[in-house]
Design a protein around this ligand. Structure first.
Ligand code: SAM
Length: 219
């Protein structure tokens, strides 16, 4: 989509994402296409393509573009998948997933964020996204299993229900650790046995809290 920010977007992908080793061409193309500035408050629009997270409403954040790319690449999407996202936030990451998977289910605990994200996704014609307001630490059982699940908030531990809602071969990408810093984990379900998991560490990160029954307390 050509717009006044396209030049900034292409530069963001080159300097922040490709240069740091992200290779998946579909991920790079989606990030070159999707107008990140649409998901950000008007007053911050000129920072939309900076190399940093930005505040959104209710003390939440839109993640750093590189982290969005890293997590999305780890999902290994081909376009045929049904995926789950926990933490819709601004809806930017949701749009990236909608571009790269067949269907996206996204859960956000803060209703005002979910409805704002819905509006932007509708304007951008991402009709393959379903958003629900609630505690994503339970997953979305009726729609499971998923080929990939992404959690965009920091968890104290991996919620077991999410592993159970993965397909065999499915990937779960989730920041796990303390309230101030986490390690980005990729878990791949190896067989019908939900304990049969391959675990990889993708690096350090810092996310807002995953708050819920199988996350942190709300305080
Ligand atoms: N991916 C988002 C984006 O592109 O804007 C960034 C998400 S922000 C870092 C994390 C989001 O997770 C917040 O909007 C927060 O309200 C949400 N969240 C935290 N705990 C949650 C839970 N248990 N279920 C659903 N959403 C949750």
């Amino acid at each position: 989509m050509a717009d006044q920010y396209q030049k900034h977007r292409l530069k963001m992908v080159d300097a922040q994402i490709r240069a740091r080793g992200i290779k998946d061409r579909r991920v790079l193309a989606a990030m070159e296409k999707i107008p990140r500035h649409w998901f950000i408050d008007e007053g911050l629009v000129n920072q939309a393509y900076n190399d940093s997270p930005l505040p959104i409403d209710r003390q939440q954040t839109i993640s750093q573009p590189y982290i969005v790319a890293l997590m999305t690449e780890a999902m290994q999407l081909t376009g045929r998948e049904k995926v789950l996202e926990i933490g819709t936030g601004s809806g930017y990451q949701t749009a990236i997933l909608a571009e790269l998977a067949e269907r996206v289910f996204s859960i956000e605990r803060i209703a005002v964020l979910a409805s704002r994200a819905r509006k932007v996704l509708d304007v951008l014609n991402y009709y393959n996204v379903a958003i629900r307001v609630g505690d994503g630490t339970y997953g979305w059982r009726e729609e499971s299993p998923f080929a990939a699940i992404m959690v965009t908030a920091g968890a104290p531990r991996v919620p077991q229900l999410l592993i159970e809602q993965l397909d065999v071969g499915g990937r779960l990408v989730i920041p796990v650790g303390g309230r101030h810093s986490q390690v980005l984990m990729k878990l791949t379900r190896q067989s019908e046995d939900p304990a049969d998991i391959k675990q990889e560490e993708l690096g350090g990160c810092r996310f807002v809290d995953l708050i819920g029954e199988h996350g942190w307390d709300d305080k």
